[in-house]
Design a protein around this ligand. Structure first.
Ligand SMILES: NC(=O)C1=CN([C@@H]2O[C@H](COP(=O)(O)OP(=O)(O)OC[C@H]3O[C@@H](n4cnc5c(N)ncnc54)[C@H](O)[C@@H]3O)[C@@H](O)[C@H]2O)C=CC1
Ligand code: BAL
Length: 490
């Protein structure tokens, strides 16, 4: 689907939405026993719906149902090809309902409808499809042994997985977690961010329609302390897969340490550098990538290029080109397909971003802002998570790499240079999970995504690496010697 509607048509679709309003547990929407929670449109401040949230007892119920489904093998023991077929059916249902999902995502998150339609929905569906199609093509292994034994190395689904999600890419992060986890055979309980519950709830219903058995995909809306923490501390949750702030990620390590040592995979923040060497070619191309990387999703992106580290010889020309390009980036009503930057997620977040801008304004929109700063300025160190680009001038390419690494984070980076050798050298030297050369991006669904240092822990999203993180590795050692031949103890 690529044909965008008009602003008026999107407004009409938004008004006609009938969003889900309850947790999705054991194959149906059930009233939660936590407090009611308003979900609001960040652009207008209007309430979209009151949602009944999950209580600690609902968390217990969902975990029991997930465990029961897992132990009975309703999904976990299906032939991978059968799981694939169900997930492909889910993708078809999502495609059929893509416009509704895109509008729901836009009104609840403030993301521009053009991004929801052209990027988030297609990539979400592609992600689930990719993992579904991969899962019946992954072979297990045998290990080298002598003639007297065979050792089988099996991957088995890890069990009950809690996926705790952020608000910046509600559907895409949902897919990054449930795609590989469901394909691997796990039971998954999703806790969406409290600002953005609706699309995950709606897709859970579509998954049921596609044939995902009850208890295998459940969605528990609510806030972090009421729902995220009980999941993180639950003795019968085998794994938490989290995307969000480093601070909250750290909490999940505590929860695991203080409960059952569940597996924890964290995808956290970033202060990602775009590094431009003195020999960078085609500064128009560089400017296009830098603007997109810094301002896409209003900079509310863990891999946003929020630091531009640029050699002083190319800086004046590059800055002119960046400023010129930015004029095409319109900020405003997310449902207007002309806009590239929508509303920030909520008033608290607006206040945090504006604090860095020393901007006393109010309202949900913050226009793109560029600062020229020293490398140790707080604006160049903190994850602002807004449409803010910090420009740091350097005197040499070596200094650029040094500054790029001078951060607690290590999620993504990019290098722009015409010299392949020095670009690859720098890509090796920068400590980040994804380094792109002469472009800026997150790779694609086939490439692992996650962070070094305080940007991540325990695994990678995307690619077959994601599949690996939702599986445990089991060794089955079979003795082939004949007991009649004597002692076979090793
Ligand atoms: N890496 C990324 O993609 C993201 C980074 N952030 C960063 O985090 C900052 C704060 O944003 P937040 O929405 O507050 O992020 P957060 O990390 O607190 O929230 C992410 C998820 O964790 C849950 N959560 C929060 N506190 C929890 C707790 N005590 N126990 C268990 N679960 C908990 C939330 O309900 C949400 O589902 C942003 O300004 C940004 O810098 C935020 C969202 C995504
Ligand atoms: N950009 C995908 C991961 C994230 O921002 O949370």
């Amino acid at each position: 689907m690529t044909d965008l509607l008009t602003h008026g048509e999107y407004v009409a679709l938004a008004a006609a939405l009938d969003p889900p309003r309850s947790p999705f547990i054991d194959g149906k929407y059930q009233r939660g026993h936590g407090p009611m929670m308003a979900t609001t449109n960040p652009a207008t401040g209007e309430e979209i719906a009151q949602i009944s949230t999950a209580s600690a007892a609902d968390v217990d119920l969902a975990v029991n149902k997930a465990r029961e489904a897992f132990d009975q093998g309703r999904w976990s023991k299906l032939d991978p090809e059968a799981r694939k077929e169900v997930l492909i059916r889910l993708c078809k249902l999502m495609t059929r309902n893509a416009r509704e999902l895109a509008v729901m995502e836009s009104v609840e998150s403030g993301k521009p409808i053009r991004d929801c339609e052209l990027i988030d929905l297609p990539e979400t569906i592609h992600c689930i499809k990719w993992h579904a199609e991969a899962v019946d093509k992954i072979y297990d292994q045998t290990a080298p042994t002598g003639d007297g034994a065979i050792a089988i190395i099996l991957r088995e689904p890890v069990g009950v997985v809690a996926a705790v999600l952020p608000w910046n890419f509600p559907l895409m992060m949902f897919a990054w977690k449930i795609g590989p986890a469901l394909a691997a055979g796990c039971s998954v309980i999703v806790k969406p961010a409290e600002q953005t519950s609706l699309t995950a709830l709606r897709v859970a219903e579509l998954a049921q329609e596609a044939g995902v058995p009850r208890g295998v995909l459940q969605v528990l809306p609510g806030d972090g302390p009421s729902v995220g923490e009980p999941l993180g501390r639950h003795m019968d949750v085998d794994m938490v897969s989290f995307t969000g702030s480093t601070e909250t990620g750290r909490r999940f390590l505590h929860y695991a340490a203080e409960s059952n040592l569940k597996k924890v995979v964290l995808e956290c923040g970033g202060k990602n550098p775009a590094v431009v060497f003195d020999d960078a070619e085609n500064l128009d191309h560089v400017a296009e990538h830098v603007v997109n990387a810094a301002f896409w999703n209003a900079g509310q992106n863990c891999s946003a290029a929020s630091r531009l580290i640029v050699h002083r010889s190319v800086k004046p020309v590059l800055m002119d080109k960046i400023t010129a390009r930015l004029r095409d980036w319109k900020t405003g009503d997310p449902l207007d397909p002309a806009n590239h930057i929508g509303a920030l997620i909520d008033a608290n977040h607006c206040a945090k971003v504006r604090g860095y801008l020393e901007d006393a304004g109010d309202g949900p929109y913050v226009a793109p802002t560029i600062f020229e700063v020293a490398a140790d300025d707080p604006k160049a160190r903190d994850e602002i998570f807004g449409p803010v680009l910090c420009v740091i001038e350097v005197a040499s390419n070596d200094e650029a790499v040094e500054v790029a690494n001078d951060t607690a984070y290590g999620l993504a980076a990019s290098i722009f240079s015409a010299n392949g050798r020095s670009a690859i050298r720098a890509a090796r030297d920068i400590r980040a999970g994804t380094v792109t050369v002469n472009c800026y991006g997150e790779g694609n669904i086939a490439t692992p995504f996650g962070g070094y240092k305080q940007s991540g822990f325990g695994g990678r999203d995307n690619g077959l690496h994601a599949h690996d993180q939702y599986t445990e590795v089991k060794t089955i050692w079979v003795d082939l010697t004949d007991p009649a031949d004597g002692d076979n103890l090793t």
